[in-house]
Design a protein around this ligand. Structure first.
Ligand code: SAH
Ligand code: SF4
Ligand code: F3S
Length: 518
């Protein structure tokens, strides 16, 4: 197709698209549009649950096909991100791909030629937000039929979500899954020139795709994926189905990426995975775990290294020994516990007891006495009793977590827990969450108070959100600090004397002499 034919085809499609959206209220009409030339590949959650020990394929040959290399010239993209750090990092990859296709980024919805919703399926409210946004975008699509709206991320991996979009939201042009990100160039082209909604969601165990372009959100801190997927199958959790099996990137690829970031001036990396402690367990030719990887990164000249998320079950002695070296390996471990009751932990399939978790905490504290521990907790798991909830409260105190992300259990279709009858009223669950949050706030405030009058090292990220005259950054133990200091300190590590401790942040004044030192 030459340029002129392409334009003509696009105009024809435009008219078709408007008709498709307008008529989408009737199921019969929708069926008509399923007679598609493009082979739809919809998700299959049962297939996604299976682990067949397929070999992981590593692909190093990503490139933008020539026929789409300039397809975005003069056009703009916007990606909204709804999920975890891995989801945010996927957004950086998609931004990288679209940029290589000639698109420019925009934050203004009306200006965008392509809008992608990078979704999260972890709880129902995350999904509701996305459906709200899908609804909001309909008038925009009717006004501008050339606009491409895509839904990607973890929700796309769910059959029920894809069915709902196909039935009720025909203004969506494109749905693609977490295993299909590298196919974005081809998919955008299909969406641009095709008439039907494009659905490409692979429910496979997953491969590792290297050398994908990235446009990172910041120039100071960077995410680095070290592994993908999850094989833990906690009974409440959708992630093993949306992200495929655990598969680790090769150490040399990770180390090369970190070195590259150092060369670009990055000050901090966070190593990412749903269960980073399982790193390397899938290598058949190599005895190499997270401890070994951290040890290698410890030697690289990057000031700060973090990692998330740790599963307590796989947290081994080698890792503790390596982390205890300190240096650029920071004193903060996020160690989701989920519940303080061994019975609930068993029902959750977490594979550790309350006692085993406490033993691990003791081991970590012995090797690293200054470590800050934070956690994730779910309240209201099906049939959680008052006593079992109380065990979570006492564990919270016993460990002395300095912060916790707390959630009410949300049933996820396709997970074993969602099939359980649940006798606990929603109101009781809410009350438990409030009680837990009061305790979390109290413990956070107490830990913040210990910093009052002390001097801490802060990696300065920029102006504070509330006041451009105030700078903001994080301490080694991940505490937010707002302080007065020169703009020239942005991107550097400076010393700040704390003058006021709040529940979730600290205020301070920069120690002047430190700005040149770092
Ligand atoms: N891989 C990480 C967690 C990723 S999801 C881990 O295992 O530690 C982040 C958090 O969301 C979980 O730790 C859990 O607390 C919460 N979560 C996951 N599924 C949930 C559900 N169905 N309802 C409520 N919270 C959930
Ligand atoms: Fe979900 Fe459990 Fe895997 Fe974390 S470890 S992603 S909670 S299944
Ligand atoms: Fe959400 Fe998927 Fe992350 S479900 S928490 S975006 S892995």
């Amino acid at each position: 197709m030459n340029e002129e034919q392409r334009k003509q085809q696009a105009q024809i499609n435009q008219v078709d698209n408007v008709e498709r959206i307008k008529s989408a209220s009737s199921d019969d009409m929708i069926a008509k549009y399923f007679q598609t030339s493009y082979e739809q590949q919809s998700p299959d959650i049962k297939k996604a649950r299976k682990r067949r020990n397929e070999d992981v394929q590593f692909h190093y040959d990503f490139s933008i096909p020539e026929d789409v290399a300039n397809i975005g010239k003069g056009k703009k993209f916007l990606i909204r991100t709804y999920g975890c750090q891995m989801n945010e990092h996927d957004t950086e990859v998609m931004a990288g791909i679209l940029t290589e296709m000639g698109y420019e980024s925009t934050s203004i919805t009306d200006e965008a030629d392509i809008i992608l919703l990078n979704t999260c399926a972890i709880r129902e409210n995350a999904e509701n937000k996305v459906f709200g946004e899908i609804g909001h975008l309909k008038p925009l699509k009717l006004e501008n039929p050339d606009l491409i709206i895509g839904v990607c991320g973890c929700m796309s991996q769910e059959e029920s979500v894809v069915d709902r979009i196909l039935k009720k939201h025909q203004h969506i042009d494109l749905i693609f899954g977490t295993h299909n990100i590298h196919r974005l160039p081809q998919l955008v082209k299909e969406a641009m020139f095709g008439k039907e909604m494009i659905v490409e969601v692979w429910s496979k165990e997953g491969d590792v795709i290297e050398n994908l372009p990235k446009v990172r959100k910041g120039k100071i801190k960077a995410w680095v994926n070290i592994m993908y997927g999850c094989d833990k199958f906690c009974t409440y959790c959708i992630v093993p189905m949306t992200r495929g099996k655990e598969r680790s990137r090769r150490p040399e690829d990770i180390i090369q990426e970190v070195r590259h970031l150092v060369a670009q001036g990055y000050q901090e990396v966070t190593l990412l995975g749903q269960n980073v402690n399982a790193y390397g367990k899938d290598f058949e030719d190599l005895e190499y775990g997270l401890g070994d990887l951290m040890n290698a990164i410890h030697k690289i000249d990057i000031p700060r290294v973090r990692f998330t998320t740790s599963h307590p079950r796989d947290f081994d002695d080698r890792l503790i020994e390596v982390l205890a070296q300190g240096g650029n390996l920071l004193d903060h471990i996020h160690l989701p516990v989920q519940s303080g009751s061994s019975e609930i932990l068993k029902k959750m399939n977490r594979k550790y007891t309350r006692e085993e978790y406490l033993e691990l905490v003791q081991k970590i504290r012995k090797a690293m006495p200054n470590t800050t521990l934070t956690t994730d907790i779910i309240v209201g798991f099906p049939n959680e009793t008052e006593e079992q909830f109380e065990e979570t409260m006492t564990l919270m105190e016993e460990v002395g977590f300095e912060a916790a992300y707390t959630y009410i259990y949300s049933p996820r279709e396709g997970t074993p827990a969602a099939r359980k009858k649940d006798d606990i009223p929603e109101e009781v669950k809410k009350q438990r969450l409030y009680r837990l949050n009061d305790l979390v706030n109290k413990q956070s405030a107490e830990s913040m108070k210990t910093y009052d009058g002390k001097t801490v090292k802060v990696l300065v990220e920029g102006e504070s959100k509330k006041d451009p005259d105030v700078l903001a950054g994080y301490t080694e133990r991940n505490k937010l600090v707002n302080f007065k200091g020169p703009k020239s300190s942005i991107g550097k590590i400076v010393e700040v004397k704390i003058t006021e401790a709040k529940t979730w942040s600290l205020n301070g004044i920069m120690v002047e002499s430190t700005v040149e030192v770092n």
